[in-house]
Every structure is written in C-alpha cells, then in structure tokens.
Design a protein around this ligand. Structure first.
Ligand code: F0G
Length: 466
C-alpha cells in the first residue's frame, strides 16, 4: 500500500517573489530569476511568499502534525512537511533525504554547567549528512531542479559541501565545491569525495572561496548553493517550525545558535518571524548568536554599537569590518567576512537577543560537557553552550528561563579535535606564526589507560578511576 501525501487545499508558491531586504531599496524580483543578491542595489534577498492552504493557526498545526504519521516522502521530511510556507508548487521536483526530524534533548549536565535549571539541545547534527545544512540544501537543490541547472556549486568549511554533494547526487546534478585547502576536517572532505563532488581545494581561506563563488555565480552554467541563495534560508527556517512543534508551541525564552556565515541565524529569525505573523506563536524567543573569538566580526560590531546594538529602529551599519585572518579550531565557523550578517543582525535585534563571542577554551570545555550529557557535537556547535554560560553569568539569561541551544554538527565531523582535547594536546597555531601556539587545557579530559590483559588489572583500573 502506498500512503498518499496529506494534502492542503492549494498549491504553494502563490504570489511568491524574491525581495531586497534593504529598506532603502525593497525591489521585488521573480521567484525563478537566477539571482543571489539584489540586481538593483546589491543588497541581500529574501523570499516573500503568501502561505498556501489553511491560514487558521490551529488548522496548520493539525495538518503538520498529521503528516508526521505519513510515510509519503514529502510528509516524512522535516522540511517539506511545512510546505504551506515554502515557495513551491505541489508538482515541484522536490529532493529529499528525510532531512530535519532531529531530536530535542534535555541536557541536565550542560544546564548545570551554565547555571541554568534546565536546557534543551536541538541536535541538527542528526541530519542525513550530519549537519544542519541539509534542511537548506533540500530546498536549494530542488530550486536548482526547477531552474534546470546542471552544476551546483558552493564554497565551504566542509559541511555545506558535504550536504550539497549528497543532495546534488540524489538529484542527478553535478556538485562542485570550493574548499580552503588544508583547513577542513578529514571527515567532511571524505563525505564530499564519497558523494562524487568535483572538489577544488583553493590556496586561501573560506572568505576567499566565497569571493570566488560570487564571481562564478554570474556564469549561466552555475547555480550557487551557499546561504547567500535565499532558497537555502527557506529550508533552514523550518527548524523553527519543528522546534516549536516539539515544544508544544510554548515559546522558549531564548534560542542560541553558532554564527559563521550567518545563514543559520538569519533562517531562524525568518522562521520565528513567520510563525509570529501567522499567529502560530504569540512572541519571539530571544535569538542570540555566538561566534568564536578569533572569527567574530559581527560580535565585534555588536559590541561596538553599544546601546544601539539591540535597537530595532537604529539603522543597520553600511559595512562590517572583516577579520582578515580568522582563527579558531572550530573550523566550521572560521569565517572573517560573513555574507548574511545584515539579515542576522536584523533577526537578533527584532527578537531582543545578542551577539557575542567565546574563547577557544570555553568552546572546548562546553563541548566536553555536551559530551557528558551523552549527546556530543562538533566544536562550532559548542559555542552555544559556552555562550549561554556567559549570558547567564552576565545576567542576560536568568537561571529559571527556558533555553534551547541549537547544535549544528555531529560529533564525528571532527574526531581529531575530540581526542586531542581529551589527551590534553589540543592547540591553535597563530596564523602569522609570530606568537606561540595557544594551548587548550583538557579541563574535563578523559584519557584512555593502557591496562594489562587480566581481570584483576581491569578491575583495579576501573576502581581507581571511578
Ligand atoms: N555550525 C556548523 C557545524 C557549521 O558547519 C556552520 C557553517 C555553522 C555552525 C555556522 O552556520 O554559517 O549559517 O552561520 N558552516 C559553513 C560550511 C560555513 O561551509 O559548512 P552559518
């Protein structure tokens, strides 16, 4: 027996367009124009779409919940289940690997570590390729199919590449990826190789790869799948919908995400904003973004703006001073010039959240604590718990408030980092080679012990270390 998709009344994508988000421009363009930034002013684009199907919040909640019991591929996807809010016709050639559907865990040890009564971790690392990128890639690769593109490209610190490679392979398209040579983890590179991507290793950092992508994007043979592409954001916004379902539609006080190129934070903000506009939630959670100290251009700007940083009505600055030599062991977010910073800053401001940075030591210790909760994540994801600890200490999060941290990548994305931390040999080189390497202390280290092959020796070892 084949199960039929649970249908809504109308096709999606009615009245959808791509709009420049800058108040000084606001130009609108066709949904299927192959553009990534505003052709008129160069500003960021976002998709504006009239929701299809029921507009009554309760009817939408019921429809989405009913799909959770269906095995039809679109209903089983944690992205396409929410298709009333996605800019596609019912007949779209959607590409899915059953992305989304990720767990929301309680994390008591991490909560205590931060000084909170409770904390929940939304683990986006449980997506098909091990990172949150899959929700966005499902939608961006579907749009590539709609447009008849053949080659889909991205610049990446590893996860976007692995995700694009997998979804393009599913769709029968050619994935091509630009990576900063020697700066991404072996596990992530291996994934892209496995999925058959054409891999270009560039001498330069992620920001240089991203600059090349912007040049390549004008070539008609190429479709760009970085988060500058507004369709990526459409997929990634659905995590806000899934999270609210999992919270029984009770809005958490705070949602905290890591920040790199700032697509994730932009998407979260868009997702919650749409839920608020539709009356599915009555207020926004405070959205906060955490960067690694050595790669924190937006946290720096936020701090420099002082009292105006969080003011919704104060104008967004024209430029963001990039970090020329970004530095962090959390290689996923080793980014000095994030492309989506305007959208992210706008989303944080609207919600009343903040943007901050954390040190390498803070990231490493928070990561170990998440591991102790039996969850695990890649280093970039642990910026969230490190950031929450700082926000609690600063009184910006109160101990009794409800807090969700979004973990973005799986622990096996970077096993070298894990074992070096636990062996107490984790260190970060100075990019200019001028200063000695920064040693990271294995505060919560857990070192394997060489034990003789006898019962007595094993029991003695366990007893001593219990
Ligand atoms: N966490 C992980 C595990 C990531 O891979 C990334 C970004 C981020 C957080 C930051 O998200 O860029 O949306 O602010 N990785 C990109 C990549 C840059 O190429 O895989 P963001």
């Amino acid at each position: 027996m084949t199960l039929r998709a649970v249908k809504s009344a109308e096709p999606a994508a009615a009245n959808a367009s791509q709009c420049c988000i800058l108040p000084s421009c606001g130009a609108a363009f066709g949904l299927n124009d192959r553009i990534y930034t505003c052709p008129r002013c160069g500003g960021p684009l976002e998709i504006v779409c009239q929701p299809a199907g029921p507009s009554d919040p309760e009817a939408l909640r019921k429809l989405w919940a009913a799909r959770g019991a269906s095995h039809e591929p679109r209903d089983a996807s944690g992205v396409w289940r929410y298709r009333e809010l996605l800019p596609f016709e019912e007949s779209a050639p959607f590409v899915t690997l059953r992305e989304g559907n990720t767990p929301l865990y309680s994390a008591p040890r991490s909560a205590r570590y931060c000084g909170l009564e409770e904390m929940r971790l939304k683990h986006q690392g449980c997506n098909p390729t091990g990172s949150f990128k899959d929700t966005g890639m499902s939608v961006a690769v579907t749009q590539a199919m709609v447009l008849g593109a053949r080659t889909v490209v991205c610049a990446s610190t590893g996860n976007t590449a692995a995700s694009l490679a997998a979804y393009a392979a599913r769709a029968g398209l050619q994935p091509a990826i630009l990576l900063p040579r020697g700066q991404i983890t072996a596990a992530k590179l291996a994934q892209s190789m496995d999925y058959g991507a054409l891999i270009c290793e560039i001498d330069g950092n992620f920001d240089e790869c991203m600059r090349l992508i912007q040049e390549l994007g004008v070539d008609p043979s190429i479709y760009v799948a970085n988060s500058v592409n507004p369709f990526r954001i459409e997929g990634q916004k659905t995590v806000a919908f899934e999270l609210m379902e999992q919270c029984g539609w009770r809005v958490p006080d705070h949602v905290v995400v890591p920040g790199g190129n700032m697509g994730n934070s932009s998407a979260m903000g868009k997702g919650f904003g749409e839920l608020l506009a539709l009356g599915l939630i009555g207020r926004l959670p405070k959205l906060s973004v955490v960067q690694a100290e050595g790669s924190a251009p937006l946290a720096r700007l936020f701090a420099a703006l002082g009292a105006a940083a969080g003011a919704v009505e104060s104008p967004i600055p024209d430029t963001l001073a990039p970090v020329e030599h970004p530095r962090t062991l959390a290689t996923a977010i080793k980014i000095g010039a994030p492309v989506s910073w305007i959208k992210a800053l706008r989303a944080v401001r609207r919600s009343g959240g903040s943007i901050l940075s954390v040190s390498e030591q803070e990231i490493a210790d928070a990561k170990a604590m998440i591991g102790r909760d039996g969850i695990g994540c890649e280093p970039a994801s642990a910026t969230t718990v490190a950031g929450i600890k700082k926000l609690v200490a600063a009184g910006r999060i109160r101990p009794g408030e409800t807090v969700v941290a979004v973990l973005t990548g799986h622990v096996l994305k970077d096993p070298d980092y894990v074992s070096q931390y636990h062996r107490g040999v984790l260190s970060l080189d100075d990019p200019e080679g001028a200063a000695p390497p920064e040693r990271i202390h294995g505060t919560f280290r857990n070192v394997p012990e060489h034990v003789a092959a006898t019962k007595a020796a094993i029991l003695e070892s366990l007893e001593r270390r219990r």
